[in-house]
Structure formats: structure tokens, C-alpha cells
Write a protein that binds this ligand. Structure first.
Ligand SMILES: Nc1ncnc2c1ncn2[C@@H]1O[C@H](COP(=O)(O)OP(=O)(O)O)[C@@H](O)[C@H]1O
Ligand SMILES: [Mg+2]
Length: 234
């Protein structure tokens, strides 16, 4: 064990996707994991092994059929309504492969919007957004539209957006999947620096072994279960 306070605990998660009347896929078949506060962890495994599903369930974007998700000592898998919205808006930040920025909004507006959704006033949202964009090295690109930014810069805007409400946890689904090797390294190094300077817990689903190398630990998923939590023999 890491000796750190568990930030995320997932216990025996099961999730079946039904495909029509008779067919189904068991995406999660009893997946369990534990991630310490302030850790940066990669989730790796073959395509279709359940990595995205487990990340979505941890972030409450999706509900498991059974099992439990605890975050910061609170059970979150059963949250609904306003409590669920608040959790997703403030306590976790998400980063996706395709950046998912609003194409008609500039970098500052994209980041500020996530704060406004969380109930922050317009002025305060803009102030926080500017600070987060400085943090990811885009202080001189705040008024640029996504189309005026490189892939790596767009993903840094998405990282700033994920951090704007100071979540305890940032979840990334293949966050470097659309980036070339050099840019991928830069983006991962930036996440690592933020992880170390702010203590934010990072969980990154990835195919890229170099992303795994940059993390504290690699959790390996296969056929809907965690086969290795990457804690070594200790
Ligand atoms: N919305 C869905 N409907 C039906 N099947 C799905 C859905 N999402 C994922 N699956 C299936 O569940 C399994 C796990 O998917 P996923 O978690 O996306 O895997 P990974 O991210 O490791 O590639 C796969 O067999 C996939 O086809
Ligand atoms: Mg996936």
C-alpha cells in the first residue's frame, strides 16, 4: 500500500452494456482499485478492456450496475440530481482525447465557462481562468480560438479547464492520444508538474507506455477487471 490517504476507492464494479434484446457486453466484471491522494496513476490495457468505462464510472459520468465508488471518503456512485451535478462540476475535472473545446469560444472563455457552470460569477470565473491558463503556459494565448492553437496548446486549455474549479481529481481518457510524441511528452510533463505542485490526483487512461512511465504507478485492466495495481511486491 502507498500509506497515503485513499482518494479514490472502487470496489467490485460491474457494468453490462445491452446490445438489443439478447446480446450484451460485460465491460466491467468486478473491477476494484485504490488510488491515493496526490498520486498520478495510469490505467492501461488492451482496447476494449474497460478502461474508459471504469474512468467514466469513477467520474460519475456513468453508473455501474453494482459495486461502489468512494472519493475523498464519500460514496459517490449513488449521487443524483443536484448533488451529482455539483460533484461532476467541482470535484472532478475531465480531459478527453479530442480536447472537446467549444470552437466558437476563445481559450479564456472556454476555461471560464466551466467555472460559470459551477456557479462562479462571471468576473471571478474570468480571473480564475486567466490564472489557470498562466499555469499551463498559455498566458499569451488567452484570446485565441481553438482553431488558432496547436493540438498541444488546445489540450493545455483543456487541462486549465479541468483545473478551474480546483478539483481533487483530474481524470483523462487518452489525453495524449491525438498528439505527436514530442507534444505528448510536453503535455504529460505539464500534468506531472501540476500534480506535484498542487497535489491534485491524476488518473490517465492511456495506450502510451511513456505516459505510464511518467506516472507513479500503472494499473492494468484486462477483460473488465484490474489484473495488476502496479504496487510491486511491497
Ligand atoms: N455505450 C456502449 N454500448 C455498448 N457497448 C459498449 C459501450 N461502451 C463500451 N462498450 C463496450 O464495452 C467494452 C469496454 O469498453 P471501453 O471501456 O470503452 O474499453 P477501453 O476504453 O478499454 O477500450 C468494449 O467491449 C466496448 O465495445
Ligand atoms: Mg477507451
Amino acid at each position: 500500500m502507498t500509506g497515503r490517504t485513499p482518494m479514490i476507492v472502487a470496489r467490485d464494479l460491474r457494468k453490462r452494456y445491452k446490445l438489443g434484446k439478447e446480446n450484451f457486453v460485460d465491460a466491467l466484471r468486478g473491477a476494484s482499485l485504490e488510488i491515493g491522494e496526490g498520486e498520478m496513476v495510469a490505467i492501461m490495457g488492451p482496447s476494449g478492456s474497460g478502461k474508459s468505462t471504469v474512468m467514466h464510472v469513477i467520474g460519475c459520468l456513468d453508473k455501474p450496475d453494482s459495486g461502489e465508488v468512494w472519493m475523498g471518503g464519500r460514496r459517490v456512485d449513488a449521487l443524483r440530481g443536484e448533488a451529482l451535478n455539483q460533484f461532476r462540476g467541482r470535484e472532478v475535472g475531465f480531459i478527453f482525447q479530442g480536447f472537446n473545446l467549444v470552437t466558437t469560444l476563445n481559450a479564456l472563455e472556454n476555461v471560464a465557462l466551466a467555472a460559470e457552470y459551477a456557479g462562479v460569477s462571471r468576473g471571478e470565473a474570468a480571473r480564475r481562468a486567466a490564472a489557470r491558463l498562466e499555469m499551463v503556459g498559455l498566458g499569451d494565448r488567452m484570446r485565441h480560438l481553438p482553431s488558432e492553437l496547436s493540438g498541444g496548446q488546445q489540450q493545455r486549455v483543456a487541462i486549465a479547464r479541468a483545473l478551474v474549479n480546483d478539483p481533487g481529481v483530474v481524470l483523462g481518457d487518452e489525453p495524449t492520444g491525438d498528439l505527436d510524441t514530442v507534444t505528448s511528452d510536453e503535455v504529460v510533463r505539464m500534468m506531472r508538474e501540476i500534480n506535484e505542485s498542487t497535489g491534485t490526483t491524476f488518473v490517465l487512461v492511456t495506450h502510451n507506455p511513456e505516459v505510464g512511465d511518467a506516472c507513479d504507478r500503472v494499473i492494468r485492466v484486462r477483460d473488465g477487471v484490474v489484473v495488476d495495481e502496479g504496487r510491486g511486491a511491497a
